[in-house]
Design a protein around this ligand. Sequence first.
Ligand SMILES: [Cu+2]
Length: 186
Amino acid sequence: MTRRTGPSSRASALLALPAAALLLAGCGDPAPGSEEHSHDDGHSHSHEDGSGGTHATEVPGAEVSEAAFELLDSAPSRLDGVGGTAWLATHESGTTVSAELSGLEPGEQYMSHVHADSCTDNDGGPHFAFDPGGPEEPPNEIHLTFTADDDGVATATAESEQDARAAGAESIVVHADDERLVCADF
Ligand SMILES: [Cu+2]
């Protein structure tokens, strides 16, 4: 005579509940429209001024202009090796400005703004401002802060919710010792 030993199958079904797998599945699935602020490529990005975000060259669907920094006559002589690239990206969320510099003094911090004139016109002229009579700070202006690493290299990104190009932004100027160091025309 044989007896079936079936009843144990119900218990094993309960034990097989893949709880851990369900929890993990929720983590790698960002909400639509959320911004990516992490960079897992090993580079460090400086956002000391509270700005930051996705590098201008990595914004999906953006119209990007790239510009090379030129040394200005007012640059301190110890910094005459400074150069780099700047990008202005126009996209549906506004404007993203990124810049990379080399030849800086390791550990030093440098201030930069988007300016209203071209580099050949008074070294960039005044700061660009969405409202020229408004506050001389973000979000009315676009500022970037650079901190040079041990190799004298620095990168920064700033974002604006408005279209800076349409509002007259023409260049980016990096300052040193209260002088104008380098300029790039967008
Ligand atoms: Cu400036």
